[in-house]
Design a protein around this ligand. Structure first.
Ligand SMILES: Cc1cc2nc3c(=O)[nH]c(=O)nc-3n(C[C@H](O)[C@H](O)[C@H](O)COP(=O)(O)OP(=O)(O)OC[C@H]3O[C@@H](n4cnc5c(N)ncnc54)[C@H](O)[C@@H]3O)c2cc1C
Length: 380
């Protein structure tokens, strides 16, 4: 398989890199320390088309494919994992769900606003008691006339407070029954839709993570996405795409940490020579470069298959699992190469190290990815 980067992807990479260097890089540590979610940066990304990467031009999006999308997420994550995570969640989850399962009037109403960042999107599946076992959700939607009444709490939601619109998956059938969940679009100003605790996190601190609370929140049936009972199945399809974006996020973090470590190893001298000349350090760099390349090939393979419409459940899980574990290892090695300086906030590697860990947890932990991969290979 040839994944050689074409001219369009190269240009998109360069534009995104320039954007990240101008609008994100100077503020990374300030946002991280204050846990500020910088809404204005997302508005700027909206002007560039980065908030509707996969949305067709007819709906105001950039109309690009998955290979361009993973390039964008990587370039942003190379500078700041938090902004990369929020960008991935907005594009793949909320926008992605409406793109995949919305009807014509839902798409016409929502996608142009999401693609331009007039709206920031959130996507709520996880609950306090149900993370990996997401199908066991407690949040309910009960039909009353032509409306649905939502009650329950979703947690760990990216843009749970600042999101202007959320796609919410709620139980519409009996607990543990088959096909018992349905997806809905809920706008922020809907009475009964509030937000709760904002999480104080180890990493990804500029990406807002918060509870969404539904207290007798009444929404019209016209906000239902697809058929009643299809919400969980839809979510798994949405996550197939989302996991490719988290794999790209992990790859960007790994590359950012590696770039910094490589440069430092060439400059930092001990015992009269650059530390890169010690085999103990150069072998670390060799492992990092090899693992990044292997992860990149998995991510590109998944993105390529997705862009040509081939089912990618296995490939997306493999890419997400491997790239996220590589990100953690590479970021850890980068801190080691920096020595004591790597343990301070004066150098970028400690943040890559903190941010990388999320990639092995969000959108399905590494353990859950292995369950998905095992199920797929055993069914072959
Ligand atoms: C920063 C951040 C942003 C997030 N954004 C969103 C969002 O926008 N929308 C959303 O819906 N969710 C979001 N999440 C939630 C995320 O998807 C969940 O945290 C994740 O799926 C894991 O669920 P959990 O935290 O409840 O862990 P648990 O499911 O409680 O898992 C705990 C541990 O048990 C392991 N485990 C669980 N079941 C099994 C099993 N069967 N076999 C082996 N091991 C198992 C897990 O791998 C893990 O190590 C976000 C999370 C974070 C941290």
């Amino acid at each position: 398989m040839d994944f050689a980067t074409d001219e369009l992807t190269r240009q998109i990479g360069e534009t995104t890199r320039n954007f990240a260097s101008q609008y994100i890089k100077p503020h990374v540590m300030q946002w991280d320390e204050s846990q500020e979610f910088p809404v204005q940066v997302f508005k700027e990304m909206g002007k560039l088309g980065l908030m509707g990467v996969l949305v067709p031009e007819d709906y105001g999006g950039a109309g690009l494919g998955y290979l361009e999308y993973i390039t964008i997420i990587q370039e942003i994550a190379r500078v700041c994992g938090s902004i990369g995570l929020s960008l991935a969640a907005h594009n793949s989850l909320c926008t992605g769900h409406i793109l995949l399962f919305g009807n014509e009037s839902q798409k016409a109403a929502c996608l142009p606003r999401l693609a331009t960042a007039e709206w920031i999107g959130a996507w709520g599946l996880t609950e306090p008691g149900t993370g990996s076992d997401a199908a066991n959700m407690k949040t309910t939607a009960v039909k009353e006339g032509n409306d649905w009444i939502l009650n329950g709490t979703k947690c760990w939601i990216t843009h749970g407070k600042s999101g202007d619109i959320a796609v919410v998956i709620a139980r519409t059938g009996e607990p543990r029954a088959k096909n018992n969940a349905t997806a809905f679009i809920v706008e922020r100003d809907t009475p009964g839709f509030g937000s709760g605790k904002k999480e104080n996190k180890l990493g990804m601190r500029a990406s807002e993570t918060a509870e969404m609370i539904f207290d007798n929140c009444r929404i019209p049936d016209s906000n239902r996405l697809g058929n009643v009972g299809e919400g969980f199945k839809q979510s798994l399809k949405v996550l197939d795409g989302g996991r490719i974006s988290i794999a790209a996020l992990a790859l960007g973090i790994a590359k950012g940490a590696y770039d910094a470590a490589l440069q430092y190893a060439k400059e930092r001298e001990q015992f009269g020579k650059p530390i890169a000349q010690f085999q103990g350090i150069s072998f670390k760099l060799a492992d990092m470069a090899t693992e990044i390349m292997a992860a990149e090939l998995l991510v590109q393979q998944a993105a390529h298959k997705k862009s040509v419409g081939i089912p990618v459940t296995k490939e997306a899980a493999m890419a997400k699992y491997y790239a996220s574990e590589v990100a953690v290892k590479v970021a850890n090695d980068a801190v080691q190469i920096f020595g004591g300086y790597g343990y301070t906030k004066d150098f970028p590697v400690e943040k890559f190290y903190r941010d990388s860990k999320l990639c092995t947890i969000g959108e399905g932990t590494s353990e859950i990815q292995k369950i998905v991969i095992a199920r797929e290979i055993l069914a072959d």
